[in-house]
Write a new protein. Sequence first.
Length: 405
Amino acid sequence: MSDRVTLAQRLLDGYCSKALELLVDYLQDKEVRAETERYIGQNDPSPSRLDSTTEQPRTIRQSIPNASHGLHTPSTSAGSTKSHASSLATAGVEKIYLLASDTDDQDWPVTSRSVTIKHNLIGDRVVHSRGLDANVDLVDELVHLPHGGQRLVRTTKCVRLTWRRRNEFTTNVDTFYIVSAKLLESDVIMSSDGWLEHQLPSDIEEAHSPQGRFQRKGLVLMEERDPAIPPRAPTAPIHPDQLPDLTSHVQRVYERAQDLRDTQRMHEADRVFPAAQSRPIDHGQPSHMATPVAAEEPTKGQLQVTGLWDKTPIKFLIDLDASGEAFYQAFLQWASRRKRDGEVQRDRMTVYLRTNKQTPENEAYELSLKQSELEELWQAAVDWIQENKSVKAPNLYATIELEPG
Protein backbone atom coordinates (compact mmCIF):
# COMPACT_ATOMS: atom_id res chain seq x y z
CA MET A 1 0.00 0.00 0.00
CA SER A 2 2.89 2.36 0.79
CA ASP A 3 4.18 1.82 -2.75
CA ARG A 4 0.87 3.01 -4.17
CA VAL A 5 0.93 6.12 -2.02
CA THR A 6 4.53 6.88 -3.02
CA LEU A 7 3.69 6.36 -6.68
CA ALA A 8 0.64 8.61 -6.41
CA GLN A 9 2.73 11.33 -4.76
CA ARG A 10 5.34 11.12 -7.53
CA LEU A 11 2.59 11.51 -10.13
CA LEU A 12 1.28 14.61 -8.37
CA ASP A 13 4.77 16.08 -7.97
CA GLY A 14 6.13 15.64 -11.48
CA TYR A 15 3.61 14.05 -13.85
CA CYS A 16 0.50 16.21 -13.57
CA SER A 17 -0.81 15.33 -17.04
CA LYS A 18 -0.76 11.60 -16.31
CA ALA A 19 -2.29 12.18 -12.88
CA LEU A 20 -5.08 14.19 -14.52
CA GLU A 21 -5.67 11.42 -17.07
CA LEU A 22 -5.97 8.79 -14.35
CA LEU A 23 -8.29 10.96 -12.29
CA VAL A 24 -10.59 11.57 -15.26
CA ASP A 25 -10.92 7.81 -15.75
CA TYR A 26 -11.42 7.30 -12.02
CA LEU A 27 -14.21 9.90 -11.88
CA GLN A 28 -16.28 8.12 -14.52
CA ASP A 29 -17.96 6.24 -11.68
CA LYS A 30 -21.03 8.30 -10.68
CA GLU A 31 -20.77 7.40 -7.01
CA VAL A 32 -17.11 8.31 -6.88
CA ARG A 33 -17.78 11.58 -8.71
CA ALA A 34 -20.61 12.50 -6.33
CA GLU A 35 -18.44 11.70 -3.31
CA THR A 36 -15.61 13.80 -4.72
CA GLU A 37 -17.90 16.77 -5.39
CA ARG A 38 -19.28 16.46 -1.87
CA TYR A 39 -15.77 16.42 -0.40
CA ILE A 40 -14.68 19.49 -2.38
CA GLY A 41 -17.80 21.34 -1.29
CA GLN A 42 -17.17 20.60 2.38
CA ASN A 43 -13.40 21.19 2.57
CA ASP A 44 -11.05 24.04 1.75
CA PRO A 45 -8.19 23.34 -0.66
CA SER A 46 -4.81 22.82 0.96
CA PRO A 47 -1.49 24.00 -0.52
CA SER A 48 0.39 21.43 1.53
CA ARG A 49 2.02 18.64 -0.41
CA LEU A 50 1.74 16.27 2.51
CA ASP A 51 -2.02 16.77 2.87
CA SER A 52 -2.47 15.13 -0.49
CA THR A 53 -0.81 11.95 0.78
CA THR A 54 -3.27 11.65 3.63
CA GLU A 55 -6.46 12.86 2.01
CA GLN A 56 -6.11 10.99 -1.29
CA PRO A 57 -6.04 7.47 0.18
CA ARG A 58 -8.89 8.35 2.54
CA THR A 59 -11.11 9.44 -0.35
CA ILE A 60 -10.33 6.22 -2.21
CA ARG A 61 -11.11 4.20 0.90
CA GLN A 62 -14.50 5.88 1.27
CA SER A 63 -15.43 5.54 -2.39
CA ILE A 64 -14.39 2.04 -3.51
CA PRO A 65 -16.24 -0.79 -1.69
CA ASN A 66 -13.77 -3.50 -2.77
CA ALA A 67 -10.61 -1.58 -1.85
CA SER A 68 -8.39 -2.52 1.06
CA HIS A 69 -9.09 0.02 3.74
CA GLY A 70 -5.96 -0.05 5.86
CA LEU A 71 -4.11 3.02 6.97
CA HIS A 72 -2.22 4.32 3.94
CA THR A 73 1.21 5.33 5.11
CA PRO A 74 4.36 6.33 3.22
CA SER A 75 7.52 4.25 3.44
CA THR A 76 8.56 3.28 6.94
CA SER A 77 11.87 5.13 6.93
CA ALA A 78 12.40 7.42 9.93
CA GLY A 79 12.13 10.65 7.95
CA SER A 80 9.09 9.50 5.99
CA THR A 81 7.26 8.25 9.09
CA LYS A 82 7.97 11.46 10.98
CA SER A 83 6.78 13.71 8.16
CA HIS A 84 3.66 11.61 7.64
CA ALA A 85 2.79 11.80 11.36
CA SER A 86 3.34 15.55 11.23
CA SER A 87 0.97 15.76 8.27
CA LEU A 88 -1.70 13.83 10.14
CA ALA A 89 -1.35 16.09 13.19
CA THR A 90 -1.64 19.19 11.02
CA ALA A 91 -4.92 17.86 9.63
CA GLY A 92 -6.23 17.12 13.15
CA VAL A 93 -5.78 13.39 12.58
CA GLU A 94 -3.72 10.88 14.52
CA LYS A 95 -2.86 7.24 13.99
CA ILE A 96 -4.08 4.71 16.56
CA TYR A 97 -3.89 0.93 16.64
CA LEU A 98 -6.75 -1.53 17.08
CA LEU A 99 -6.40 -5.04 18.49
CA ALA A 100 -8.70 -7.55 16.82
CA SER A 101 -8.97 -9.54 20.07
CA ASP A 102 -7.26 -9.86 23.43
CA THR A 103 -5.24 -12.82 22.13
CA ASP A 104 -4.35 -11.27 18.77
CA ASP A 105 -0.85 -9.82 18.54
CA GLN A 106 -1.73 -7.90 15.36
CA ASP A 107 -2.09 -4.14 15.77
CA TRP A 108 -4.29 -2.63 13.05
CA PRO A 109 -3.39 1.00 12.26
CA VAL A 110 -6.30 3.37 11.55
CA THR A 111 -6.74 7.12 11.26
CA SER A 112 -8.59 8.85 14.10
CA ARG A 113 -9.98 12.31 14.88
CA SER A 114 -11.21 13.65 18.24
CA VAL A 115 -14.56 15.44 18.01
CA THR A 116 -16.86 16.85 20.69
CA ILE A 117 -19.72 14.38 20.30
CA LYS A 118 -21.19 11.81 22.67
CA HIS A 119 -20.34 8.54 20.92
CA ASN A 120 -17.22 6.98 19.45
CA LEU A 121 -17.77 6.11 15.77
CA ILE A 122 -16.09 3.68 13.38
CA GLY A 123 -16.60 3.13 9.66
CA ASP A 124 -18.24 -0.14 8.61
CA ARG A 125 -15.48 -0.87 6.11
CA VAL A 126 -12.83 -0.72 8.82
CA VAL A 127 -14.76 -3.28 10.89
CA HIS A 128 -15.08 -5.66 7.95
CA SER A 129 -11.53 -5.29 6.60
CA ARG A 130 -9.91 -5.70 10.05
CA GLY A 131 -11.90 -8.84 10.90
CA LEU A 132 -13.68 -7.19 13.83
CA ASP A 133 -17.14 -8.55 12.95
CA ALA A 134 -17.00 -11.23 15.66
CA ASN A 135 -17.13 -8.55 18.37
CA VAL A 136 -20.19 -6.74 16.97
CA ASP A 137 -23.28 -6.27 19.19
CA LEU A 138 -26.76 -5.23 18.08
CA VAL A 139 -28.09 -1.87 19.33
CA ASP A 140 -30.67 0.74 18.40
CA GLU A 141 -29.02 4.12 18.88
CA LEU A 142 -29.16 7.60 17.36
CA VAL A 143 -25.67 9.10 17.08
CA HIS A 144 -24.42 12.52 16.04
CA LEU A 145 -22.09 12.82 13.09
CA PRO A 146 -18.87 14.86 13.45
CA HIS A 147 -20.04 17.41 10.88
CA GLY A 148 -23.36 18.86 9.72
CA GLY A 149 -24.42 20.42 13.04
CA GLN A 150 -26.86 18.27 14.99
CA ARG A 151 -27.31 15.68 12.20
CA LEU A 152 -28.42 12.36 13.64
CA VAL A 153 -28.19 8.89 12.12
CA ARG A 154 -29.51 5.62 13.48
CA THR A 155 -27.07 2.77 14.00
CA THR A 156 -27.90 -0.83 14.77
CA LYS A 157 -24.43 -2.15 15.53
CA CYS A 158 -21.55 -1.37 17.87
CA VAL A 159 -18.25 -3.03 18.63
CA ARG A 160 -16.14 -3.00 21.80
CA LEU A 161 -12.47 -2.63 20.90
CA THR A 162 -9.09 -2.56 22.57
CA TRP A 163 -6.88 0.19 21.16
CA ARG A 164 -3.71 2.15 21.86
CA ARG A 165 -2.12 5.37 20.68
CA ARG A 166 0.99 5.59 18.55
CA ASN A 167 4.20 5.19 20.59
CA GLU A 168 2.16 4.09 23.63
CA PHE A 169 1.93 0.56 24.96
CA THR A 170 -0.93 0.95 27.43
CA THR A 171 -4.29 -0.01 25.96
CA ASN A 172 -7.83 1.33 26.26
CA VAL A 173 -11.17 -0.46 25.86
CA ASP A 174 -14.09 1.51 24.41
CA THR A 175 -17.35 1.03 22.54
CA PHE A 176 -17.54 2.28 18.94
CA TYR A 177 -20.80 2.69 17.04
CA ILE A 178 -20.64 1.45 13.45
CA VAL A 179 -21.78 3.84 10.70
CA SER A 180 -21.22 4.05 6.97
CA ALA A 181 -17.61 4.92 6.18
CA LYS A 182 -18.88 7.50 3.71
CA LEU A 183 -20.23 9.58 6.61
CA LEU A 184 -16.80 9.92 8.27
CA GLU A 185 -13.66 11.79 7.29
CA SER A 186 -11.37 9.29 9.01
CA ASP A 187 -11.49 5.61 9.93
CA VAL A 188 -12.45 6.34 13.53
CA ILE A 189 -14.05 9.28 15.36
CA MET A 190 -13.20 9.59 19.05
CA SER A 191 -15.69 11.19 21.42
CA SER A 192 -13.97 14.08 23.19
CA ASP A 193 -15.57 14.96 26.53
CA GLY A 194 -12.55 16.40 28.33
CA TRP A 195 -14.63 19.16 29.91
CA LEU A 196 -15.63 16.67 32.62
CA GLU A 197 -12.08 16.82 33.93
CA HIS A 198 -12.18 20.57 34.57
CA GLN A 199 -11.53 21.52 38.17
CA LEU A 200 -14.57 23.25 39.64
CA PRO A 201 -14.26 26.41 41.80
CA SER A 202 -14.50 25.50 45.49
CA ASP A 203 -17.15 28.13 46.29
CA ILE A 204 -19.46 26.76 43.61
CA GLU A 205 -18.80 23.19 44.70
CA GLU A 206 -19.65 23.99 48.32
CA ALA A 207 -22.79 25.88 47.33
CA HIS A 208 -24.31 22.69 45.88
CA SER A 209 -24.58 19.77 48.24
CA PRO A 210 -25.19 16.24 46.88
CA GLN A 211 -28.75 16.47 48.22
CA GLY A 212 -29.37 19.45 45.99
CA ARG A 213 -28.11 17.73 42.85
CA PHE A 214 -31.35 16.13 41.76
CA GLN A 215 -32.25 18.37 38.86
CA ARG A 216 -30.36 18.38 35.61
CA LYS A 217 -30.36 20.29 32.36
CA GLY A 218 -32.17 18.28 29.71
CA LEU A 219 -33.53 19.03 26.31
CA VAL A 220 -30.79 21.32 25.00
CA LEU A 221 -27.30 19.96 24.40
CA MET A 222 -24.68 22.65 24.97
CA GLU A 223 -20.96 22.25 24.34
CA GLU A 224 -18.82 24.25 26.78
CA ARG A 225 -15.13 23.43 26.40
CA ASP A 226 -11.96 25.34 27.07
CA PRO A 227 -10.03 25.26 23.78
CA ALA A 228 -6.77 25.57 25.73
CA ILE A 229 -7.32 22.16 27.35
CA PRO A 230 -6.58 19.24 24.99
CA PRO A 231 -9.19 16.49 24.82
CA ARG A 232 -8.47 13.30 26.74
CA ALA A 233 -8.91 9.78 25.45
CA PRO A 234 -12.62 8.99 25.05
CA THR A 235 -14.66 6.95 27.48
CA ALA A 236 -17.25 4.37 26.52
CA PRO A 237 -20.79 5.69 25.95
CA ILE A 238 -22.93 5.50 29.07
CA HIS A 239 -25.61 2.86 28.57
CA PRO A 240 -28.33 1.93 31.08
CA ASP A 241 -26.75 -1.44 31.88
CA GLN A 242 -23.40 0.24 32.54
CA LEU A 243 -24.61 2.97 34.92
CA PRO A 244 -24.41 0.82 38.07
CA ASP A 245 -20.78 0.03 37.23
CA LEU A 246 -19.63 3.64 37.08
CA THR A 247 -17.24 4.61 39.81
CA SER A 248 -18.46 7.12 42.35
CA HIS A 249 -15.66 9.45 41.31
CA VAL A 250 -16.86 9.65 37.71
CA GLN A 251 -20.44 10.19 38.88
CA ARG A 252 -19.34 13.01 41.18
CA VAL A 253 -17.33 14.69 38.42
CA TYR A 254 -20.26 14.48 36.02
CA GLU A 255 -22.73 15.91 38.56
CA ARG A 256 -20.32 18.67 39.59
CA ALA A 257 -19.92 19.71 35.95
CA GLN A 258 -23.69 19.86 35.52
CA ASP A 259 -24.09 21.95 38.69
CA LEU A 260 -21.34 24.31 37.57
CA ARG A 261 -23.20 24.96 34.33
CA ASP A 262 -26.46 25.68 36.15
CA THR A 263 -24.70 27.96 38.63
CA GLN A 264 -22.90 29.87 35.88
CA ARG A 265 -26.22 30.44 34.15
CA MET A 266 -27.77 31.74 37.37
CA HIS A 267 -24.90 34.16 37.99
CA GLU A 268 -25.05 35.38 34.41
CA ALA A 269 -28.81 35.82 34.71
CA ASP A 270 -28.30 38.04 37.76
CA ARG A 271 -25.96 40.26 35.74
CA VAL A 272 -28.09 40.37 32.61
CA PHE A 273 -31.47 40.60 34.39
CA PRO A 274 -30.86 42.50 37.67
CA ALA A 275 -34.60 42.85 38.29
CA ALA A 276 -34.78 39.12 38.91
CA GLN A 277 -32.84 39.59 42.18
CA SER A 278 -35.73 41.36 43.86
CA ARG A 279 -38.32 38.76 42.84
CA PRO A 280 -39.60 36.71 45.82
CA ILE A 281 -38.51 33.09 45.86
CA ASP A 282 -41.02 30.28 46.11
CA HIS A 283 -39.69 28.25 49.07
CA GLY A 284 -41.87 25.32 48.11
CA GLN A 285 -39.24 24.30 45.56
CA PRO A 286 -35.46 24.61 45.42
CA SER A 287 -34.62 28.22 44.63
CA HIS A 288 -32.58 27.38 41.54
CA MET A 289 -35.72 26.02 39.85
CA ALA A 290 -37.23 29.49 39.73
CA THR A 291 -34.17 31.21 38.33
CA PRO A 292 -34.07 31.97 34.60
CA VAL A 293 -31.48 29.84 32.85
CA ALA A 294 -29.21 32.14 30.85
CA ALA A 295 -25.55 31.28 30.57
CA GLU A 296 -25.41 33.63 27.61
CA GLU A 297 -27.92 35.57 25.60
CA PRO A 298 -30.61 32.84 25.18
CA THR A 299 -31.00 31.55 21.68
CA LYS A 300 -34.28 32.15 19.90
CA GLY A 301 -36.94 29.59 20.81
CA GLN A 302 -35.28 28.35 24.00
CA LEU A 303 -37.58 27.94 27.02
CA GLN A 304 -37.29 26.62 30.57
CA VAL A 305 -39.57 23.79 31.69
CA THR A 306 -40.19 22.48 35.21
CA GLY A 307 -42.58 19.79 36.40
CA LEU A 308 -42.81 16.22 37.64
CA TRP A 309 -42.48 12.69 36.34
CA ASP A 310 -44.19 10.78 39.13
CA LYS A 311 -42.08 12.02 42.07
CA THR A 312 -39.03 12.94 40.01
CA PRO A 313 -38.63 16.74 39.64
CA ILE A 314 -38.10 17.92 36.07
CA LYS A 315 -36.00 20.87 34.97
CA PHE A 316 -34.75 21.31 31.43
CA LEU A 317 -34.61 23.59 28.42
CA ILE A 318 -36.49 23.00 25.18
CA ASP A 319 -35.50 24.41 21.82
CA LEU A 320 -38.50 25.29 19.68
CA ASP A 321 -36.25 25.57 16.63
CA ALA A 322 -35.23 21.90 16.91
CA SER A 323 -37.21 18.95 15.55
CA GLY A 324 -39.61 16.75 17.45
CA GLU A 325 -37.17 13.84 17.23
CA ALA A 326 -34.42 15.99 18.75
CA PHE A 327 -36.87 16.80 21.57
CA TYR A 328 -37.32 13.09 22.30
CA GLN A 329 -33.63 12.21 22.08
CA ALA A 330 -32.70 14.98 24.50
CA PHE A 331 -35.50 13.87 26.85
CA LEU A 332 -34.09 10.34 26.72
CA GLN A 333 -30.66 11.63 27.73
CA TRP A 334 -32.21 13.52 30.64
CA ALA A 335 -34.00 10.33 31.72
CA SER A 336 -30.69 8.47 31.55
CA ARG A 337 -29.03 10.98 33.87
CA ARG A 338 -31.90 10.48 36.33
CA LYS A 339 -31.52 6.69 35.90
CA ARG A 340 -35.07 6.40 34.58
CA ASP A 341 -34.28 5.63 30.95
CA GLY A 342 -35.19 2.00 31.60
CA GLU A 343 -38.76 3.15 32.25
CA VAL A 344 -39.07 5.09 29.00
CA GLN A 345 -41.65 3.45 26.73
CA ARG A 346 -41.91 5.86 23.86
CA ASP A 347 -45.10 4.52 22.28
CA ARG A 348 -46.97 4.74 25.59
CA MET A 349 -45.68 8.06 26.93
CA THR A 350 -47.40 11.43 26.79
CA VAL A 351 -46.07 14.80 27.98
CA TYR A 352 -48.75 17.18 29.28
CA LEU A 353 -47.72 20.82 28.97
CA ARG A 354 -49.31 23.67 30.94
CA THR A 355 -48.48 27.33 31.39
CA ASN A 356 -47.74 26.75 35.08
CA LYS A 357 -48.60 24.38 37.91
CA GLN A 358 -51.80 26.25 38.70
CA THR A 359 -53.22 25.83 35.18
CA PRO A 360 -56.14 23.32 35.24
CA GLU A 361 -55.17 19.88 34.01
CA ASN A 362 -57.99 19.86 31.46
CA GLU A 363 -56.25 22.77 29.70
CA ALA A 364 -52.96 20.86 29.29
CA TYR A 365 -51.58 20.20 25.82
CA GLU A 366 -51.06 16.50 25.10
CA LEU A 367 -47.79 15.77 23.32
CA SER A 368 -47.33 12.11 22.43
CA LEU A 369 -43.77 10.81 22.22
CA LYS A 370 -44.61 8.27 19.50
CA GLN A 371 -42.16 8.91 16.70
CA SER A 372 -44.69 9.37 13.90
CA GLU A 373 -47.06 11.53 15.94
CA LEU A 374 -44.28 13.62 17.43
CA GLU A 375 -42.90 14.54 14.01
CA GLU A 376 -46.33 15.20 12.50
CA LEU A 377 -47.68 17.26 15.42
CA TRP A 378 -44.49 18.99 16.56
CA GLN A 379 -45.21 22.23 14.72
CA ALA A 380 -48.70 22.35 16.24
CA ALA A 381 -47.12 21.85 19.67
CA VAL A 382 -44.67 24.68 19.00
CA ASP A 383 -47.57 26.97 18.01
CA TRP A 384 -49.43 26.11 21.24
CA ILE A 385 -46.32 26.71 23.35
CA GLN A 386 -45.72 30.10 21.73
CA GLU A 387 -49.28 31.15 22.60
CA ASN A 388 -49.46 29.72 26.13
CA LYS A 389 -45.95 29.96 27.57
CA SER A 390 -45.30 32.10 30.63
CA VAL A 391 -43.37 35.29 29.96
CA LYS A 392 -41.00 34.64 32.86
CA ALA A 393 -39.06 31.46 33.53
CA PRO A 394 -40.06 28.79 34.18
CA ASN A 395 -42.02 29.14 30.96
CA LEU A 396 -43.89 25.82 31.06
CA TYR A 397 -44.96 23.14 33.53
CA ALA A 398 -44.81 19.52 32.37
CA THR A 399 -46.02 16.19 33.67
CA ILE A 400 -45.39 12.79 32.11
CA GLU A 401 -47.87 9.91 32.04
CA LEU A 402 -47.59 6.33 30.84
CA GLU A 403 -50.61 4.89 29.05
CA PRO A 404 -51.83 1.48 30.26
CA GLY A 405 -50.12 -1.34 28.43
